[in-house]
Ligand binder design. Sequence first.
Ligand code: SF4
Length: 104
Amino acid sequence: MSYKKNTIVNRRKKMDNSKLFGEAANEEQLLKNNYRKYRGENMDIYYNVAICEHAGECVRGNPLVFEVGRKPWIIPDNGDVASNQSVINRCPSGALKYLAKEKN
Ligand code: SF4
């Protein structure tokens, strides 16, 4: 693997978009920080348009979940939790966050 590719992979591994300002996110903080909620059965996804870099990782990652122009543009239930987490963790700006729901 080239140095550049390796660096990108390593950078991607460090992203954890279940966190906000380095701490485990919660809904109250996300809404207070201008994230909009997109409700799903097993996870909710949150998006802050003001900090989106329009890098497109989300729509390339899973266009069934993230589709610009559709309303709502994010449908969490169109993907499974693990793959949604993986796509959201590639969001470089932190504009996407997620909270998985615990099932009993
Ligand atoms: S991956 Fe993040 S920064 Fe890129 S377009 Fe999607 S929400 Fe915006």
